[in-house]
Design a protein around this ligand. Structure first.
Ligand SMILES: [Zn+2]
Length: 266
């Protein structure tokens, strides 16, 4: 069980769930190429929770469960169970199924799944193992059109075929579909071509789940430090700068930020 936090935005509740904590195969300095201004030793001292075995990048993979009067929405689908692509890559299985159970929910309770992008650590729970069927059997699944377009034809990775394939075959994929009242996608390109954040607005507060736009808190101080996994580094840096400029009015969370929260917010 790794329930991180619950926020009441006013008529909308948001549960932050950590699906898995893992050490990246690469050292922190490789995962974020380009030395930060303060130097790596300072980063390691300031953010010890991001340093794993042998100096590797230690990170959690967070998802959101958003509940409004009208819908139960899962934002991102995590590392997934043992046997998923990301569980193999990171050598750790996710716990989202148990975490949803602890909240009194079954997969059938989820009405909508929203995906910030299609990297393997964000789609891991989409398929029920051994069935080839969508785990969230009643849910509409939304991904941005630009992201979906980027994985067509020869560009489709095996993990996308294995996870989104059954969702599409079941008629549950809604590319560029609208979300629900109070929620919408916000394009945050660079990490992937169609990477998008998810804005959630309640009566009193609003927050932005920024996906992988920021992957390490050092990028808040120095948005020019790229992530190894950023497909278009210049675009990702521009997106981070733009997001920092408007962050004052938002609570911002990241899929892999420690505790999911933007430091100083939440
Ligand atoms: Zn990720």
């Amino acid at each position: 069980m790794s329930h991180v936090a619950r926020m009441d935005l006013g008529g909308v509740s948001v549960d932050v769930i950590c699906d898995a904590v893992a050490d990246h195969p690469r050292p922190l300095a490789d995962a974020f190429p380009g030395a930060p201004a303060a130097g790596w030793e300072a980063v390691r001292e300031q953010f010890p929770q991001t340093v794993g075995a042998d100096g590797r990048w230690r990170f959690g993979t967070h998802v959101l469960l958003v509940r409004t009067d009208a819908a139960c929405v899962l934002v991102d689908a995590g590392v997934g169970p043992a046997g998923s692509a990301a569980a193999g890559w990171l050598q750790v299985a996710g716990t989202l199924d148990e975490d949803l159970g602890a909240l009194g929910l079954t997969p059938e309770d989820v009405d909508l799944v929203v995906l910030t992008h299609l990297h393997q650590d964000h789609v891991g729970w989409l398929v029920a193992p051994g069935t080839g069927r969508p785990r969230f059997a009643r849910a509409r699944h939304v991904v941005s059109g630009a992201e979906w377009a980027s994985v067509q034809g020869d560009a489709r990775p095996a993990h996308v075929r294995d996870t989104l394939g059954p969702v599409e075959a079941a008629g549950q994929l809604d590319v560029d579909g609208s979300l629900v009242a109070g929620m919408r996608l916000l394009p945050l390109p660079g990490h992937t071509p169609g990477h998008a954040g998810v804005l959630v607005e309640g009566d009193q507060r609003r927050l932005l789940f920024g996906g992988d736009a920021f992957n390490h808190p050092l990028q808040l101080a120095d948005p020019g430090v790229p992530s190894l996994a950023d497909r278009d580094r210049a675009q990702a840096i521009a997106t981070r700068r733009e997001l920092l400029a408007r962050a004052e009015s938002l609570t911002v969370l990241g899929a892999h930020l420690p505790g999911a929260f933007w430091p100083g917010h939440g």
